[in-house]
Design a protein around this ligand. Structure first.
Ligand code: GLN
Length: 240
């Protein structure tokens, strides 16, 4: 029996958008199928074993928590995250976590370093926060699907030339409110601004990420009507 091993990065600091709901969904989807589930965590100052998990998760955070996390992540986890990426582990980072996957997050005079897993930078520009329901069209290898969620960020993210986004914005702001891109998707490394939380609202995405992390194909569950209703409700909120 396969076991999904999930490691949360900085769960006590990077967790402001009901991020535990994402972990609860991963656990339920595995257990309902008779798959094992293990949950580990790695916080400030703690090392990270790239072999110890198949799925690394990081949630959203406020600017001041990101300051503490950014330096620490570069010092204690950067190499391990690159090793995890190289062995095709799933790395999912939402909002504040997403902003720290690239090269830097510029906050006024302060430049927070990123771990450089993907080619992007984030800048806190003058202007309103980008807040609201958002829906995107995305393809994670199982055909185009919709991801719906809620976004709330002051930072604007710009992908490097040719760096693939997670999707195209159908409604909402996405990475920066200008170029129509949302998130990033390189191999099994995924960053997104969408939360609310993300996986309970998009159960197909939860299942797809489990498949990618374990290298297996999942059978559908007998009754996903509540999960589908949650997805459609998030889509309606985003006008899609
Ligand atoms: N602090 C970051 C911003 O405002 C990210 C916030 C978040 O995780 N929602 O851009």
């Amino acid at each position: 029996m396969a076991t999904l091993r999930v490691c949360s990065l900085y769960p006590d600091l990077m967790n402001i958008y009901a991020d535990r709901g994402n972990i609860a969904v991963l656990r339920a989807r595995c257990e309902w199928r008779g798959l094992g589930f293990e949950h580990l965590a790695s916080g400030l100052g703690e090392p990270l074993d790239p072999e110890a998990a198949d799925f690394f998760y990081m949630g959203g955070g406020q600017d001041r928590d990101q300051v503490a996390v950014a330096e620490d992540m570069v010092e204690t986890k950067r190499e391990a995250l690159h090793a995890a990426q190289d062995r095709d582990a799933v790395i999912l980072a939402v909002c504040g976590g997403y902003q720290l996957l690239g090269s830097s997050y510029q906050l006024g005079d302060l430049a927070l370093p990123g771990v450089g897993l993907v080619d992007l930078r984030t800048v806190r520009e003058p202007g309103p926060r980008l807040i609201g329901n958002c829906a995107i069209s995305s393809d994670l290898g199982s055909g185009p699907r919709i991801i719906a969620g809620f976004e709330n960020h002051g930072g604007r993210t710009y992908l490097g030339e040719g760096e693939p986004p997670l999707g195209r914005v159908l409604n909402g702001f996405g990475n920066n409110g200008r170029d129509g891109f949302e998130g990033v998707h390189r191999g099994n490394t995924i960053g997104t601004y969408l939360h609310g939380p993300l996986l309970p609202k998009n159960i197909w995405l939860a299942d797809r990420l489990i498949e990618l992390a374990l290298g297996i194909e999942l059978e559908p569950l007998a009754d996903d009507s509540l999960e589908e209703a949650a997805h459609m409700s998030a889509r309606r909120a985003a006008g899609v």
